[in-house]
Write a protein that binds this ligand. Structure first.
Ligand SMILES: Nc1ncnc2c1ncn2[C@@H]1O[C@H](COP(=O)(O)OP(=O)(O)O)[C@@H](O)[C@H]1O
Ligand SMILES: [Mg+2]
Length: 219
């Protein structure tokens, strides 16, 4: 691994997966090998007798090398509820996630790890996203899903990430609402509040073309 990033968001549905896969394409266009991980996912479906999650499958499919599903996503919970509740029978252990992360480390130059929910979302009764990011020790990218209320969420998340004393690589604005009013002014406002680089503004796209979205990034 040359470089790794932990991708968190202002909320669930903020655009973390779209941003993560766009980042994968961004690094691929630079000729780098890329792998990704979604340590814990809730809301999974059975695929040939095995629970799998759509985000994790997308991340697996966009890697430059084949990676086993269990390495990409060690914890796949069926119910689309908070992982700490979904995983009562099989709670997340940081040691397992770190072991899989270490496997991935040897496979590519770039590793992207997508969190679940937002920065303080619980992953088990023992730890939350922030704790996991801290254990992995990666610089953090905050994905801001552009919608009414996102200025507050962006500022709160930014402060909380800094509180963990993790390096903040920057933030990405994801324009997931084609009808958002005053989009540019909202992005400008967040830019003034967050003391880190804006790594890109991903435009609204009816159907995802991650390669095209990746051209809006600069990391
Ligand atoms: N650039 C975009 N343009 C249009 N819709 C988007 C865009 N990014 C995200 N979305 C929408 O928002 C949803 C949530 O995005 P996703 O990346 O899955 O969020 P998260 O991983 O944070 O839960 C997507 O399923 C898609 O419908
Ligand atoms: Mg996701």
């Amino acid at each position: 691994m040359e470089q790794g990033f932990f991708i968190t968001g202002t909320d669930t549905d903020a655009g973390k997966t779209w941003a993560t896969v766009s980042l994968m394409h961004y690094f691929k266009r630079q000729g780098k090998s890329v792998v990704g991980m979604k340590p814990v996912a809730s809301g999974c479906l059975q695929y040939q007798g095995k629970l799998k999650n759509a985000d994790a499958l997308l991340i697996q499919a966009n890697a430059t090398v084949p990676i086993e599903y269990d390495v990409v996503n060690p914890y796949a919970y069926e119910n689309p509820i908070s992982p700490h509740i979904a995983g009562l029978d099989n709670p997340l252990l940081a040691s397992i996630v770190i072991e899989r992360f270490n496997t991935l480390k040897n496979k590519a130059q770039i590793i992207l790890v997508e969190g679940a929910g937002g920065w303080l979302s619980p992953l088990s009764y023992q730890m939350d996203v922030a704790d996991l990011a801290k254990q992995l020790g990666l610089p953090v990218i905050l994905v801001v899903g552009m919608q009414l209320g996102c200025i507050n969420h962006a500022r709160l998340s930014w402060q909380a990430i800094k509180f963990q004393q993790l390096p903040l690589a920057g933030w990405i604005a994801v324009c997931k609402d084609p009808h958002m009013r005053e989009l540019e002014r909202n992005i400008e406002t967040i830019k003034n509040y967050l003391d880190g680089p804006l790594l890109g503004i991903l435009p609204f796209m009816e159907n995802a073309d991650f390669n095209q979205l990746s051209t809006f990034l600069s990391v």
